[in-house]
Design a protein around this ligand. Structure first.
Ligand code: 3LM
Length: 411
């Protein structure tokens, strides 16, 4: 299957369990437990001496198919499915950590990942340094003798800061005992494969583009056979945040259209970004597709495209942002991203509210920042909705060309 294109792997990747009736679509094994043919077989399965299913928290054919499919897409050996994206982040990192260890994480990451690392990890004696990973020297100097995990999110939630994975991979390669874990949620394996740049493990909130239909919360981890086995046998099995077969079945169905959806999401987002750049009420636009964006140069090498999430600031700041959201008619005010519906939210009070004001400032998340996940609606309808809401804003600021306002660090 490795020779197939990614557009085919979303449909055929991984080995479908053989169905006695020849069903085209792999059936949903909606079962908690599996019947052993005899007691001895059960014992051998528990002892790891014989392959075979035991209990759905330990493995399930429907979940396994999804795990293999995402692993094939990421170009990794194996996958492990989790109940949520946070379940995946927690299981992937904690499998390699113990009290006294140290983690380096990028300074701009999803709010709950930040909360896990800065609040919970500290309680268990794991210290985390948050570093601006666009600065390879800062990353290199953050390593300590006890560093075990480097965690990167690129593009970063919420303002799309791009981190050069090749540079991060090169720094991490000097520390063979360290696992480089990359959250690839915003890109999907169709646009970026962190394993090609040295990531040992890739995590996803499958809630987002992988499923794509807004009806599931889920996560996936991919990596080497050995690492995934360890995660499945420790943090996933014993903390228990495993994926339900029904969710796996839905995501496997959603995945089939991932290539089509990403193409449309990305094309529409590029047009919406240009619209925002040209609008007189908009102060800054953060979108990797713009030449002014700090990570634009990595499109074509690290990432196939800019993705479909845009962040922006209005000249009227926070108040204007609230007004903009409240006046929208089609675009939904909601967190999450990667759904068919365009979703808009205010990171400082929503997705990134777990960060302290100081941490938000370090991460460059201003109170006026708005994030939109561009959906699959007609581009004209998305723009018309934004336009009608922006028009109602009481802004008296004169038009300033985008080139004059986006030339700031880390935009
Ligand atoms: C959000 N993000 O709206 P779940 N990694 C990344 C993410 O963006 C997310 C997760 C992991 C949002 C969720 S905020 C309450 C809603 C890059 C989630 C965690 O556990 O499946 O939600 O994934 O930005």
């Amino acid at each position: 299957m490795k020779s197939l294109h990614r557009e085919s792997l979303v449909i055929h990747g991984g080995e479908s369990p053989t169905d006695p009736h020849g069903a085209l679509v792999s059936p949903l094994y909606q079962t908690s437990t599996f019947v052993f043919p005899d007691a001895e077989t059960g014992g051998r399965r528990f002892a790891g001496e014989e392959a075979g299913y035991i209990y759905s928290r330990l493995g399930n054919p429907t979940v396994n198919l999804l795990e293999q499919r995402v692993a094939a897409l990421e170009g990794m050996e194996a996958g492990a499915a989790a109940a949520t994206g946070m379940g995946a982040v927690a299981a992937a990192t904690m499998a390699f950590l113990k009290a006294g260890d140290h983690v380096i994480a990028s300074d701009c990451i999803y709010g709950c990942s930040f909360a896990l690392f800065s609040h919970l990890f500290e309680r268990f004696g794991v210290h985390v340094s948050f570093v601006d990973m666009t600065d390879a020297a800062a990353l290199a100097s953050a390593f300590q003798a006890n560093t075990k995990v480097v965690f990167v999110e690129t593009p970063a939630n919420p303002h799309l800061k791009i981190i050069d994975l090749k540079k991060v991979g090169q720094v991490c390669a000097k520390h063979p005992e360290v696992r480089l874990i990359v959250d690839n949620t915003f890109m999907t394996p169709l646009l970026q494969r962190p394993g090609e740049f040295g990531a040992h493990l890739v995590v996803h909130s499958a809630t987002k583009y992988l499923n794509g239909h807004g009806d599931v919360v889920a996560g996936v981890i991919t990596g080497s056979l050995e690492d995934i086995h360890l995660i499945k046998m420790t943090t996933l099995k014993d903390m228990g945040a495993t994926m339900s077969p029904h969710d796996a079945w839905l995501i496997t169905r959603g995945l089939k259209t991932l290539a089509l959806r990403m193409e449309k999401h990305c094309a529409t987002a590029a047009v919406v970004a240009d619209f925002l750049v040209a609008h007189h009420a908009v102060a800054k636009v953060y979108f990797p597709g713009l030449k002014s964006h700090q990570g634009h140069g990595l499109i074509g090498s690290q990432m196939a495209s800019a993705g479909a999430v845009i962040a922006f600031e209005l000249k009227g700041g926070y108040q204007a942002g609230v007004q903009l959201l409240n006046q929208l008619e089609m675009i939904r005010v909601a967190v999450s991203l990667g759904d068919a519906e365009s979703l808009i939210q205010h990171p400082a009070s929503m997705t990134h509210s777990p960060l302290t004001p100081e941490a938000r400032e370090q991460a460059g998340i201003t109170d006026g920042l708005i994030r939109i996940s561009v959906g699959l609606e007609h581009v004209d309808d998305i723009i018309a909705d934004l336009a009608q809401s922006l028009q109602q804003l009481e802004t008296h600021t004169k038009h300033t060309p985008q080139s004059e306002v986006t030339e700031v660090e880390n935009v």
